[in-house]
Design a binder for this molecule. Structure first.
Ligand code: OOB
Length: 539
């Protein structure tokens, strides 16, 4: 059996190069935050409703949170699944855990038992952190179910009414926290992969590599103490967290305004009241904002830049941003595994609308190759492979998958089809990986196909993306039933998927039945044919 390493290191000489270049500074999150507190002191770091948290407070809160976690038995190297909505507590937890050397696994509020149970068992998580309720969902029954499934879970912390669990808020009588020595080359946190296989993958990011991407992103994007950033997307996602995201804004001494919801009714008011200068959106949300701003954009006067990423943005929509929102649009093409590309601020409009930018680092290596991994000339679309100072060399405990997802010399196979231009800018022109990108939320086709195959009335199943004017893509499952299509089978199958505890965004938007799934000459299910069929069939 192959060993399943937690972390695939960079080769020693490459790591040394990144240190020599000053990319990896040997500073863990805890010390980084301490430095920000010293530099920015009483300035406001976070805004949430009427609450304001200064840099100094943020640092002190991280200490208290770390002390609370330590008193509850958490420590260095513990994996902790964190699933919190957009509140300042997210940062207390992130900074509290990383200060202890415990490693948060940053789950999304939409995840349910299938995903959370998997993260807890696969990573042998020591703790799970949730809010009592959010968006009409009670996370405590979920915590009970996960606890029954994952024997490693020693504690569940709950923000709000904890019931039988541990309150997330530290008690008043805590002993002071004495800092631990945390190595910057250790894992700081786990991001989650959208993936294309049956199980989601965990992406371990080191303090060194993650903070490099944060610092460099803040610089490229020209952030400063004057930046007021609206965190509208879920805080845990790599884009709003680090590209440059909330961490980049904190690095620059700016203000993070936390939006509980990304919708215009909530977000526009925050922009007006707090003088927000910048935000990050996925294209689906941008469309909703554009629609609302066409009716009334009087709240958006301070907004200077809107970053858009996570899914393809059509040049036509990009072009509307300056006129309708009165702000510059900045495309961001990134991935939780590492590589992030930015259109540089002030780029000529044509490049700004039609490319997704160029990599952060001069040491991001980018290859565009054909099906046989042969390099292609600029201007020709091909598979994007990459390695560099903040791109992982392997997923957590996934040796078989790693053998496919990385080349022997450590390039990550992104699964994206891109065209590189002579100036190094990339245009994303397609996707090779078997995934549906539903408004920026990634769905691994195989995960849903396996789940459908688990139902007795399903003989075979294939999930494809269908173009959608709002979400970019919606999902359509083609099912070859085992026997006749009984009345209500569509609903039965959707209920089946819900009962497995899959996040709601993964439930297919459409289910279509076929007597047999089309196959290619090689006998594989013919997904292009299914995509064409889904588009041709009226919904
Ligand atoms: C971001 O990260 P993930 O891990 O949720 O998804 C990565 C994938 C990419 O491989 C690509 O398929 C797609 O999302 N994607 C884009 C895109 N940005 C991401 N496709 C077309 N155009 C774009 N601008 O989505 C992410 C992480 C950091 C920053 C920004 C996005």
């Amino acid at each position: 059996m192959t060993a399943a390493p937690d972390f695939t290191p960079w080769p020693a000489e490459v790591a040394q190069l990144y240190r020599d270049l000053g990319y990896w500074q040997g500073e863990p999150f805890g010390a980084w935050l301490r430095g920000l507190a010293a530099q920015y002191g009483r300035r406001t770091a976070l805004v949430y409703g009427e609450q304001e948290v200064s840099y100094r407070d943020l640092d002190a809160r991280a200490d208290r949170q770390a002390a609370h976690f330590a008193a509850q038995g958490l420590g260095q190297g513990d994996h902790v699944v964190v699933q919190l909505p957009n509140t300042p507590k997210f940062f207390d937890v992130l900074f509290g855990l990383t200060r202890l050397g415990a490693q948060p696994i940053l789950a999304l509020p939409a995840h349910r038992q299938s995903e959370i149970g998997y993260f807890c068992t696969h990573a042998e998580a020591a703790a799970y952190i949730v809010a009592d309720r959010h968006a009409g969902f009670d996370y405590r029954p979920l915590a009970r179910a996960v606890q029954a499934q994952a024997p490693s879970l020693r504690r569940v912390f709950v923000l709000g009414e904890p019931e039988e669990f541990v309150p997330l808020t530290p008690p008043d009588d805590l002993a002071p926290f004495s800092a631990l020595a945390v190595s910057a080359s250790d894992l700081a946190l786990f991001q989650l992969s959208g993936g294309s296989t049956g199980t989601p993958k965990l992406i371990g990011r080191t303090h060194d590599d993650y903070l490099y991407s944060v610092r460099a992103s803040a610089e490229i994007c020209g952030l400063s103490p004057e930046t007021v950033y609206l965190a509208a997307l879920p805080l845990a996602h790599n884009f709003p967290l680090s590209s440059p995201g909330t961490l980049g804004v904190l690095h620059a001494g700016g203000q993070v305004v936390i939006a509980p919801q990304p919708t215009p009714d909530v977000a526009f008011d925050l922009i007006r009241r707090r003088g927000v200068t910048m935000t990050a959106l996925v294209p689906a949300l941008l469309l909703v904002w554009l629609q609302a701003a066409r009716r009334d954009r009087s709240a958006l006067g301070s907004l200077a830049r809107v970053q858009v990423g996570g899914a393809p943005l059509s040049p036509d929509v990009a072009r509307q941003v300056p006129e309708v929102l009165g702000a510059e649009v900045q495309q961001v093409f990134g991935m939780a595994e590492g590589l992030v590309n930015y259109v540089r601020p002030g780029a000529d409009p044509d490049a700004a609308y039609t490319t997704q930018g160029r990599p952060i680092s001069p040491h991001d290596e980018v290859r565009v190759v054909d099906d046989q991994d042969r390099d292609l000339p600029d201007g020709t679309p091909g598979h994007l492979l990459t390695r560099g100072p903040y791109t992982i060399r392997g997923y957590f405990r996934a040796p078989d998958h790693n053998a496919r997802a990385f080349t022997p010399d450590g390039f990550y196979r992104t699964g994206d089809i891109v065209t590189r231009w002579p100036d190094g800018a990339l245009t994303v022109s397609g996707r090779h990986k078997d995934q549906v990108n539903r408004g920026g939320e990634k769905i691994a086709a195989e995960e849903i196909e396996y789940a459908l195959l688990g139902h007795p009335q399903v003989q075979n199943a294939a999930l494809v993306g269908v173009p959608d004017p709002l979400l970019g893509e919606r999902s359509c499952a083609f099912v070859q039933p085992d026997g006749p299509v009984t009345p209500g089978l569509t609903l039965t199958l959707k209920r089946h998927l819900h009962s497995l505890g899959l996040a709601a965004y993964k439930i297919p938007d459409r289910i279509e039945f076929l007597p047999e799934l089309p196959r290619t000459a090689f006998g594989k299910i013919d997904k292009p044919a299914l995509r064409a069929l889904a588009q041709a069939r009226p919904v």
